[in-house]
Design a protein around this ligand. Structure first.
Ligand SMILES: Cc1ncc(COP(=O)(O)O)c(C=O)c1O
Length: 393
């Protein structure tokens, strides 16, 4: 197999699930169409049956999210348009000048950029170093704790190396030191079990369109019971459909943090995807993705000049696989994979320059394959052959 250019246009091998999952479960698409055709009204803005149907969808989505992450109260699920907004809500809502926050050197810019902004406003920032494979040693976080430390914020798994982070150990450290822990679960929600209570996670930020297999434009922040709501500022204020006689933002959940019409069509889709995950089982989804990752890692090791980054054991990572080939321009490899082989992946820094620096791949970055539940072993084998052919060019 040298070059498949003639067939490539018929092929669609999607290895970009860390950016957004594709395809989506058919149930998601049906639920969104059904919402548009049947419910369609604005929840909480009227008392008629269509608005009530809409509100029921929103509440059931809150319940499903609360259940997935082990949060006892569905009203503590705040919907946002993505995980970036959820992280911004947690950081801007809770930190003020003079506070100290700890993060890791593997963060996405969804964490780093708001933190750098806050740093310029007088928030102290410490960045715990990770190894080249992306591993975090919890004692490096513990060492950074000071008198004014308020929060630890960290990814649950790197979107560049796939490395799973020790959230439970960090949660224990946060709890012992009376700090808040906010976790960016963009890469793990729906594929790695998350228990906010057991792991002492106070703020769980998620996005709907990646491993939750929902639509873009959905996400949220789940707020744990240790968070002081009175001192938690909303990112935005406005109409909530509640307390309309009052010009002051409601103080109760979720309305305090959810102004403006929600993306209900998106939530209808997310609800269907959450039910689909439940039917398949997170363990089954994880097992399938891990077996594909293992197969790819094993095959890739025998390709000359292919250099893998991140953990070598599939059990210690998600299905995000970074690599470089022959020292060739990664943009060119990405183009060839698309045009000649019909393989869609992402190349570059993946919005996480800190992670690239930690892994020693800054400024070029890596080629990133990120697998999903819909991928098959035959696609892995095909991609390995394509890479082997490219490595020989
Ligand atoms: C670890 C991590 N955090 C945050 C984000 C941002 O996700 P979204 O664009 O859905 O807000 C991503 C997306 O790539 C990510 O991988």
């Amino acid at each position: 197999m040298a070059d498949f250019s003639s067939q490539a246009h018929d092929k669609k091998i999607y290895f970009d699930n860390a950016a957004t999952s594709w395809p989506k479960p058919p149930q998601m698409i049906e639920a969104m169409a059904e919402f548009s055709c049947q419910a369609g009204a604005n929840p909480g803005r009227a008392g008629h049956r269509m608005a009530i149907d809409s509100a029921r969808i929103v509440y059931e989505t809150r319940e499903a999210i609360a259940g997935l992450f082990h949060c006892a109260d569905p009203l503590r699920v705040i919907f946002t348009s993505n995980v970036t907004e959820a992280i911004n809500l947690g950081l801007f809502g809770l930190l003020k000048a003079g506070d100290h926050v700890i993060t890791t050197s593997m963060e996405h810019n969804a964490v780093m950029r708001p933190l750098r902004y806050l740093q310029a406003q007088g928030v102290d920032l410490s960045i715990a170093p990770c190894s080249r494979e992306g591993y975090l040693d919890p004692s490096d976080v513990r060492r950074e704790i000071r008198k004014n430390t308020r929060m630890i914020v960290m990814t649950h798994a790197s979107n560049v190396s796939g490395t799973l982070m020790p959230a439970a150990e960090i949660g224990r450290i946060a709890h012992e030191n009376d700090l808040l822990l906010m976790v960016d679960a963009a890469q793990t929600a729906g594929v790695i079990p998350i228990d906010m209570q057991k792991d002492h996670i106070d703020l769980l930020a998620f996005t709907g369109h990646k491993s939750l297999y929902g639509p873009m434009g959905t996400g949220g922040l789940v707020i744990g019971e240790r968070v002081d709501l009175a001192n938690f500022k909303p990112l935005k204020m406005g109409g909530t459909g509640s307390n309309s006689e009052n010009e002051v933002q409601p103080a109760f959940l979720p309305d305090k943090f959810e102004s403006g019409t929600l993306n209900v069509i998106g939530l209808a889709g997310l609800l269907a995807s959450l039910r689909w995950i439940d039917q398949n089982g997170i363990d089954q989804i994880r097992a399938h993705e891990a077996s594909l990752t293992r197969a790819f890692l094993e095959g890739a090791r025998s390709i000359e000049n292919l250099r893998l980054y991140g953990p070598s054991d599939a059990a210690e990572k998600t299905s995000v696989i970074p690599f470089t080939l022959n020292g060739k321009d990664i943009g060119l490899i990405g183009e060839w994979l698309d045009e000649r082989y019909g393989i869609f992946c992402r190349v570059g820094l993946h919005c996480a320059p800190a992670a690239a620096r930690t892994m020693g791949v800054f400024p070029d970055g890596t080629i990133r394959f990120s697998l999903g539940y819909f991928n098959q072993l035959s696609e892995i084998n095909y991609a390995l052959e394509a890479l082997r052919a490219l490595s020989e060019r």
